[in-house]
Design a protein around this ligand. Sequence first.
Ligand code: COA
Length: 154
Amino acid sequence: MIRPVRAADAPRLVELLAQLGYPAGHEAVTRRLAVVLASATQQVLVAADESRLAGYVGVERRPALLHRDEHAEITGLVVDAAARRAGLGRTLVRAAEQWAARHGLPAIVVRSNVVRPESHPFYEGLGYLRTSTSHSYFKDLTAGAGRRRWAAGP
Ligand SMILES: CC(C)(COP(=O)(O)OP(=O)(O)OC[C@H]1O[C@@H](n2cnc3c(N)ncnc32)[C@H](O)[C@@H]1OP(=O)(O)O)[C@@H](O)C(=O)NCCC(=O)NCCS
């Protein structure tokens, strides 16, 4: 069954995020989940039977100015290593696409790291076209460092 995530799913999400390569503690995942649960523009859908979550997909609304109208983006997808190749990943992506369609969004994008070899034939098999390869950058805004040439505007 595919259903929206619940706060009680946090412990299992901790395990799935670790499989995705993003280890995070229970407290951090609970805090992030609370933001998702309160959001009208984000959804996390889980694949669950009575006892266990076997995977999740995150999807969100993305306003855009440049080359695309407002669209949906898949922000995370993982299927438990023990449950792969049984169609769950496909089912989760289809559920994310349906969420996007229900929200009137005409397209969906996903970024997948080149170090995830299985994800590329997976998405291509679901009709996704590879559009670009890019680098990601990160900056910690709490450190107070960083050279400023321009003063920030009002
Ligand atoms: C990518 C991932 C979500 C696929 O989930 P899954 O449940 O195993 O996928 P499905 O069973 O729905 O596979 C659908 C199709 O995708 C393709 N596919 C899936 N895994 C594949 C693999 N390892 N190698 C090649 N093709 C693959 C196949 O065409 C498959 O159809 P088939 O089994 O009938 O041949 C899963 O491997 C995973 O969680 N990987 C680690 C995290 C990750 O890469 N997430 C995506 C980053 S955004």
